[in-house]
Design a protein around this ligand. Structure first.
Ligand code: SF4
Length: 191
């Protein structure tokens, strides 16, 4: 069931101009990432728990890659999606906007690693609802943010200075000039 949904999302991503591939496991995704990194001297990731779950950060450091986190210019930028619609639209919400910015301009190559748990069937509204429900509360807790969702687990559309949902990017198509691959994994990764 989840395999079918992942493959549908891959087809949607391809129609929207992304290179995209389906894999069954995080281990397979990690191998693709390491292959992508072979020709890269500098690599960054957007604070992604999905990328962390692949275990590639340590491998990239061991391989001597220059790590450029929270920067815009690098050879390879790794990130996930906060949500992916079943028809292939990526939705990411940022506080600073640096992750979204780096996925649009700067890096020579952008590689998304997206677990099946990020796929929603209800379109953009459900994608945003998913992010507020599933991603923001744990992210706020992880980052020590003093927001209502960190305290209660529920979004209150807050005015907190610690609010992490300030910039919402919806990718209807791959941005012009960006070289981007989306790996869709039939495992739960990140949140
Ligand atoms: S708007 Fe505020 S309460 Fe809602 S998810 Fe974002 S940080 Fe949390």
């Amino acid at each position: 069931m989840s395999e079918e949904l992942c493959k549908k999302a891959v087809e949607g991503l391809k129609k929207r101009g992304f290179e995209s591939v389906f894999v069954k496991t995080a281990a397979e995704a990690a191998e693709i990432v390491m292959k992508e990194a072979e020709s890269a001297e500098s690599v960054g990731w957007g604070g992604s728990e999905s990328v962390k779950a692949l275990g590639v950060r340590e491998r990239l450091a061991e391989a001597g890659k220059e790590i450029r986190d929270h920067e815009l210019v690098m050879d390879l930028f790794l990130l996930s999606a906060n949500a992916l619609t079943a028809d292939g639209r990526i939705v990411n919400i940022d506080g600073r906007g640096n992750r979204v910015a780096a996925s649009i301009a700067g890096p020579k190559r952008v590689v998304y690693v997206i677990g099946r748990n990020k796929i929603v069937e209800g379109g953009i509204d459900e994608a945003i609802a998913r992010i507020k429900r599933e991603a923001c509360p744990p992210n706020c807790r992880r980052l020590g943010k003093k927001t209502p969702c960190a305290a209660t687990g529920k979004c209150a559309d807050c005015d907190s200075p610690d609010r992490i949902c300030k910039v919402t990017a919806i990718f209807d198509r791959k941005p012009t000039g960006v070289s981007a691959l989306a790996i869709v994994v039939d495992e739960d990764l990140g949140y």
